[in-house]
Design a protein around this ligand. Structure first.
Ligand code: GMT
Length: 377
């Protein structure tokens, strides 16, 4: 099948999922065309059946805002015609589903049918999409997609609660390629570069936006390090980073916290981590938690959104109410204070992650694509 994938090319989870899905589909023999404004960060293997098409929006003095949707829909029309694309899969409703719909309509004028699958990822529904500025356009684009998927049951429920949706929403959970993470994959774990033997390594990875409650990450760690020798690895960049650095200084734990920036070595960092903190306000799925789990890292998270579908309470880690720093710290200590307990949680985390193996999830998308093609024939 020839498939065009539209996504954000950045470090965010939706772009990662779209890229990994595209690469996996390409390995299965499909021809994949990524269409976005720069090469996706995880897209390092362009080949004859994986292409990237850059959407360029030229500056013009009249434009106060660059018309990205217009440029994207025009680019899609051109790519579809040039490469005989059969299906469009857009990740993140804003503005991708809207631009995809416009491309579909333009192509229909020329007698070309292009089924569109829209995958909802989270903030396109819960934070941004729900805003009156965007709501009518998001509702319209969801209702005019040929198939709509959401990455968790919780996100499906939120979508049906916040929007007037007449389309069916199919839940297709995010996934991980477990074969990439078998225990032998990272022999160069280099734990000793980061911490002393007796110290536990705690990690947080995100784009440091308010929704991630970065201050809670620091506060939870502050409580943990009172009882357990530990280091905190803060991975990522974003608007809350300065606040986090200030809080670390204020709490006088600068010698125990490392800010590693936007690392391309996520798996190396996770391979020497013991515990992952994800105290988010909202999280439709929590792909970063799943990436930690597949690396055998136990999870302390909130119970918001789709997190209970990923992190199993008392098995792969613990879940707490948003903002309950004391409980999250106490649960973390419970896991870390005994090596046997820690080992059990780490092994469980890996086993739970295996349920989300790409081999189980990719056929769901392939089936959806087949159905979308049939319905628009
Ligand atoms: O929140 C992020 O880190 C980025 C955001 C995105 O759209 O890239 O993530 C959303 O999609 C991810 C992939 O499906 C999910 O794992 C995240 O839970 C979701 N973020 C939120 O719901 C806040």
């Amino acid at each position: 099948m020839k498939i065009a994938i539209v996504c954000y090319p950045t470090f965010g989870g939706s772009g990662v999922v779209a890229t990994e899905l595209g690469l996996a589909l390409a390995k299965r023999g499909h021809e994949i065309h990524f269409v976005t404004y720069s090469q996706p960060v995880r897209l390092d293997q362009l080949s004859s059946n994986v292409r990237f098409h850059e959407v360029h929006v030229p500056e013009y003095p009249l434009f106060h805002y660059q018309p990205y949707e217009l440029a994207l829909s025009s680019k899609l029309v051109n790519v579809v015609k040039q490469f005989d694309i059969e299906l469009l899969h857009v990740h993140y409703a804003i503005p991708h589903a809207y631009a995809g719909y416009m491309a579909k309509k333009m192509l229909a004028e020329e007698g070309i049918s292009l089924p569109m699958v829209t995958t909802l990822h989270g903030t396109d529904i819960t934070l941004v999409g729900n805003h009156p500025f965007y709501k009518p356009a998001v509702t319209f684009s969801i209702n005019n997609s040929d198939v709509v998927t959401s990455v968790s049951k919780s996100l499906k429920e939120d979508t049906l609660k916040f929007f007037k949706i007449r389309n069916k929403i199919e839940v297709v959970p995010n996934f991980i390629d477990c074969s990439k993470y078998d225990n032998k994959a990272f022999t160069d774990c280099q734990r000793e570069m980061m911490a002393e033997n007796k110290e536990k390594i705690i990690t947080h990875i995100s784009n440091f936006r308010k929704v991630k409650r970065i201050d809670d990450v620091i506060k939870i760690f502050y409580e943990i390090q009172k009882k357990i020798d530990a280091k905190l690895m803060m991975v990522g960049e974003g608007p809350e980073k300065e606040m986090a650095e200030d809080l670390v200084d204020e709490l006088n734990i600068g010698d125990k916290v490392m800010f590693l920036g936007q690392s391309h070595e996520i798996d190396k960092i996770l391979c020497f981590s013991d515990l992952f903190l994800l105290p988010s306000e909202k999280e439709s799925f929590g792909l970063s938690a799943l990436e930690a789990m597949v690396n055998g890292v136990a999870i302390i998270s909130t119970n918001t959104g789709g997190l209970p579908e990923v992190n199993q309470n008392g098995i792969s880690g613990y879940l707490s109410n948003v903002g309950d720093v004391q409980e999250m710290a106490a649960n973390a200590i419970k896991i870390l204070e005994n090596d046997e307990t820690l080992e059990k949680f780490k092994n469980n985390a890996r086993s739970v992650a295996e349920k989300f193996d790409i081999q189980n999830i990719m056929p769901l998308y392939e089936d959806i694509y087949k159905r979308a093609l049939q319905t628009t024939l």
